[in-house]
Structure formats: C-alpha cells, structure tokens
Design a protein around this ligand. Structure first.
Ligand SMILES: C[S@@+](CC[C@H](N)C(=O)[O-])C[C@H]1O[C@@H](n2cnc3c(N)ncnc32)[C@H](O)[C@@H]1O
Length: 319
C-alpha cells in the first residue's frame, strides 16, 4: 500500500469554494478524495467526483459510506464532465475544483510506470485505455519524439535524446522505466551538483502526451464555464508552467484582463462581457509551512475565479 495523497493548498481551495448547505460541487480529479471529503465536511452539500483512474474506486467507496446520498463518483475524464454529469441529471453546479497531474499513489506505484526512480513497465496511463508510453517510445519517428519532448517537457536537448532512443530501440524495444531513464541520462549526461534527474522532463513529456493532459485541461475549463451558475466558483491547482499558462490565459481572457497575457501585444478591448471575475490576479502558492510537511506541494499554483452571469464564451476565446 502506498502512502495516501496529501491534498495540496486545501485551505486555500476551501476558502474560495466556500461550500454552503444545499450547494452542488464537482471534484474533477478525485485522487484520494482529500478535496471531496473536505468539501463534504464543510457543509451539508453534494459532491460529484470524477477520476479517470479505476484504481481510486476503493477510496470513492469509503466516501460513499461516510456521506450517503451526498457523494457520487463518476468514472471518466473531467474534460467530458458535462456529458458525465448530464447523464446523471446534473446541469448546473456551484463550484468546480481541478487538481491536475498525478497523485502520490500513481507516482509511488512502480507498476504504473510514472517514475524514473522506480523500476516498472513503461506505461504511464492514468486510465486503462489507449497507448502506453512504451508504444510511443518504440514507434514514433525521431522527429515526432523530439517534438513531444520539446513541447510537453520543454526539454532543450530533445533532439539528442530522441536520436539516442531511436538508436537503442533498433536493437531492442523499450519496456521498462529504468532502461529509458538510463538512455536519457547517458545521452545528456548528469551535471554535477544538479538535484534534478536528467530524465525528469522526458518522463513528464511522455506522461502529458499519452494522457492528453493539456487537451483535457482546455476542455475542462470550457466545460466549467458552461456548467457553473452565476456566482459559482472555479479552482484550478496545477504543477507546471505549461498547465498554469493555459489556466492563466483562459481566466485573464474571460475576465476581460487579456492585456495582462502579453506585454508585447497591444491591448484589445474584448467586445464580450466577462464570464469570470478572477480571485486575485496572481496565482496562490503554498507557504513554507505546507512545503515543509509536503515537499510535493512545492510547485503547486492555485488560480481561482467566480462565474459572472454573462453567457459562456465557448471554445475559441477572445477571437
Ligand atoms: C493530484 S491528484 C488529485 C488529488 C486530490 N485532489 C486529493 O486531494 O486526493 C490527480 C488525480 O486526477 C486524476 N486525473 C488527472 N487527469 C484527469 C482527467 N483528465 N480526468 C479525470 N481524472 C484525471 C488522476 O488520475 C489523479 O487521481
């Protein structure tokens, strides 16, 4: 049994969601249920939780038992939350929280293949469908591999790593996390004194790519805009700059604050009424106290907003 996931920025998320009796919430990334439990304990409200990982089922069962009639679990992707909720008869909600990325249970279970520090199959799927990381590593062209590592891992040595992978797999396909981590380390070398493992960005890129994590985030934000009733609260916790940029751009555009997105572009007044009001212009970061007890909180950023009564902009943004 792996250590349970410790919820990140929990107090800050609850402060924004401010659950009240009778309200309805969506926890789009259930994980170990830390947010769901805290919301249910804060008020006599209802939580619809979603997760694409079938391994969370026993944790969801626990909440079913603890909060009968108030907790509901939907298996699937939060990018499809509208369809999942509609099938359950839910059309509007008062709050939505997304805590994106992997859980501690996923990272710490070697057989899931998320960690280069543990020997396991090169899988990395959060759900149980679709191609594994090994399929991509063994079949993509060197050019496509390099693009994936650059785009989703911001890996500057993407071409060098891709060439090394293609050279090694010509002899034997990759199947284990350790093999890939060693090939990356050999290709780029390990800088003395650098704490970060050289395969960190490669593993991040493959994980984001095979789970379509950025596409999920874009679809999830657009769905949240349509599902939240006026006054509804949205909280998104992200763990790296690619995700945070998507959330930041979305909320700045939708709150009529788009000129903040780039200092290099002229400010264009949007003809549309803002569909969100941002809670603070800056992301909320964990304090030193939280990082001391939970080092995985280090890179977390919370962005939050309140839904206005303006119509949803839909996908496509300010254009
Ligand atoms: C960081 S954990 C969430 C932890 C949770 N807030 C808690 O307190 O226990 C992220 C969870 O979201 C799930 N997840 C990630 N992307 C998802 C998606 N697009 N749709 C549904 N679940 C997703 C993962 O499987 C994982 O269980």
């Amino acid at each position: 049994m792996t250590a349970p996931h410790v919820p990140v920025l929990l107090k800050e998320v609850l402060d924004v969601l401010a659950p009240a009796d009778g309200e309805v919430f969506v926890d789009g990334t259930f994980g170990a249920g830390g947010y769901s439990r805290a919301i249910l304990e804060a008020a006599n409200c209802t939580v619809w939780a979603i997760d694409r990982d079938p391994a969370v089922a026993p944790l969801a069962d626990r909440l079913h038992r603890a909060f009968p009639g108030r907790f509901h679990f939907l298996s699937g992707c939060y990018g499809e939350m509208e369809a999942l909720l509609a099938a359950a008869g839910v059309e509007r909600v008062d709050g939505i929280v997304l805590d994106i990325g992997v859980s501690s249970m996923q990272l710490d279970t070697a057989e899931r293949g998320f960690s280069f520090q543990a020997e396991g199959p090169l899988d990395m799927r959060m759900g149980s469908e679709g191609p594994m990381a090994a399929d991509v590593v063994n079949t993509a062209t060197a050019e496509d591999l390099a693009d994936i590592l650059y785009k989703y891992g911001e890996e500057r040595q993407s071409r060098r790593i891709a060439r090394a992978i293609v050279a090694v797999r010509a002899d034997r396909p990759f199947s284990r996390t350790g093999e890939l981590a060693r090939v990356v380390e050999k290709a780029v070398g390990r800088k003395p004194g650098k704490a970060v493992h050289p395969a960190t960005r490669t593993f991040q890129a493959l994980r984001i790519y095979i789970n379509d994590e950025l596409g999920e985030l874009e679809r999830g934000l657009a769905a949240a805009e349509r599902l939240l009733r006026p006054g509804g609260r949205l909280c998104v916790v992200s763990f790296h700059s690619l995700e945070d940029r998507i959330v930041k751009t979305f909320l700045r555009e939708r709150s009529g604050d788009a000129e903040g997105v780039s200092r290099h572009l002229p400010a264009v007044a949007s003809a549309r009424a803002p569909s969100f009001r941002q809670v603070g212009r800056k992301a909320i970061r964990p304090g030193a106290d939280e990082i001391a007890v939970n080092p995985r909180a280090r890179s977390a950023r919370l962005r939050a907003a309140v839904r206005t009564d303006a119509p949803a902009w839909g996908i496509g943004g300010a254009a």
